[in-house]
Design a protein around this ligand. Sequence first.
Ligand SMILES: [Zn+2]
Length: 417
Amino acid sequence: MKGSERMPVRAASGIFLAILFAAAVILALDSASGQSSSPYPVATDVRLAGDLAETRLVMDLSRKIDLHAFTLADPYRVVVDIPEVVFRLPQHAGEAGRGLIKAFRFGLMMEGGSRIVLDLAKPVRVQKAFVMDAEAGDPARLVLDLVATDRAGFLRQITLDDKQLTQRMPVRPQPQDNSGDSRPLVVLDPGHGGIDTGTRAPTGQLEKDIVLDFAKRVRQRLESAGKYRVLMTRADDTFIPLAERVDIARKANASLFVSIHADSLPHGEGDAQGATVYTLSNKATDAEAAQVAEMENRSDVVAGVDLKGEPDDVAGILIDLAQRETKTFSTQFAHKLVADLKGVARLHKEPLKSAGFRVLRAPDVPSVLVELGYVSNRDDLKSLMSDSWRDRTADSIAMAIDTYLSAHVASAPRSAN
Ligand SMILES: [Zn+2]
């Protein structure tokens, strides 16, 4: 009796030990694939404390890093530049603020460099910004102490920052084409990237990922047809400021610039659906177009880019002849694109619109912006996430580009560089 009673106990404890061992292996594997083996420091947690007079942000890190903090006005922001970090923060980190910090974002700016951008409730002074070594079981910690100040004090600090900043401005290599190849060049511009995620579907998918994958499919089609060269403003998950995207197209003497985005409507603002093709104008077609342009133009603010020196509107550049010709070409291509998309994708009830998009400002490169659909609409999101929809729609865009360029580049060659 005794023996037979003991046996199951021993078996059970054996199983228990096996489970413990398996759990330990899983934990070890997890930490091996995570912090210990990552070539980059890992951010694991973030906390806010304080009030409207003083606010502290603390971010836990797997090891000590360098940082550089500076401020930007209009809107008031604090930007913290750090080496490339893997962010493994709680899911909604940064969405809700506290004290002087309204909200914050974090992410990649470019290879080797990450950034934290804080939106402020009012002007602040950065009292302290440093990283503490790990010690006594505590992780390394990034500490940012902000104290309230007035606008004058805030602007004075920016002048000081500017002097330092020009010296340590990271140089981002611009994609360019030096092949000497004379085939017409198409610049594809997947919106957002890195710290700027773009819009987010209720189910979590990010605009920046959807449009990057989509742009690559269009590129693949254009390149395999062999008639055109293709340059992407970004081919990975990094951030490119709006003005730089325009610059890339102009410097490369592009024949066409196509910016690719996906829309969303805030909860409770109806349920619009379908693709829309936008061209540039200083007066938006309607209130919705104006709102879309405003959202897309926020990209630089989101990523902590200084807007000082950027014109407030696009009115000033719509006057010269080159611009007028470019505008005509942009509109012709937009019409062609809408006509071709009609057969394969659901279109917005008014699929052709114009508004003041910063990214469409090149005075000498015909430019359109395509909103592929609304991630806030269930049917659109299903399409946007579907491989076959992406392939069909990319086909159709590549065909529209070919039809347009075949007609225009032959009859009106661009001035050679
Ligand atoms: Zn966008």
